[in-house]
Design a protein around this ligand. Sequence first.
Ligand SMILES: [Mg+2]
Length: 105
Amino acid sequence: MNVEELQRMVDDWIREIGKGYFPPLANMAILTEEVGELARVIVRKYGPQVAKPSDLDRNLEEELADVLWVVVCLANQTGVNLTEAFRNTLQKKTLRDSKRFENKQ
Ligand SMILES: [Mg+2]
């Protein structure tokens, strides 16, 4: 699946099953919530926090996909083509950072 297909798939789901998008501000809040859930998984997997039993049903793969889902919703409802946007970001980062990490260890 490419990014265009991903955007279309989410749009189809939202229209058919979700019965429409939440407003952008609500989706921004939901994105923040999902990023928090992702952070919770990462800090327990790679950081010093110890998982509680209720944390064990959450996983990195699922939380990354949840974040991506809401990002795609926001892009769809605001008319952003993520394929073009990502190409532009890659170009921007390449121009800006082409020498930045040469001495990275
Ligand atoms: Mg989640």
